[in-house]
Design a protein around this ligand. Structure first.
Ligand SMILES: [Cu+2]
Length: 103
């Protein structure tokens, strides 16, 4: 029993120490996916994992590229608010087709 308690204390200490680092890493999460819908205030994407996520946008959101349905984007997520939305230039579709080779 004493052993378990000591183990628990160790885990708690470890968590307490690692927490600030974890919090810093959580500060900005980047979510990538394909745009399903983008209207004035919200953008909905489908991630590679198949999850559908909606982010809020306003005039503080920095949008790079042409944001439209079907575009691949990476979104800087701040608890559901998009801090930035960047449209990826290539990667239009992953068809498996090789890029044309110049002669
Ligand atoms: Cu917002």
């Amino acid at each position: 029993m004493k052993k378990i308690l000591m183990l628990l204390a160790g885990v708690v200490t470890l968590l307490a120490v690692s927490m600030p680092i974890g919090a810093m890493e959580m500060k900005e999460g980047v979510v990538m996916g394909k745009v399903i819908k983008a209207d004035g205030e919200f953008v909905t994407i489908k991630t590679a994992e198949g999850e559908t996520k909606t982010f809020h946008m306003d005039k503080t959101t920095k949008i790079t590229g042409e944001l439209k349905a079907g575009a691949h984007v990476s979104i800087e997520d701040a608890k559901g608010h998009a801090m930035s939305v960047s449209v990826e230039k290539q990667m239009a579709e992953h068809t498996g087709a090789e890029p044309p080779i110049a002669p």
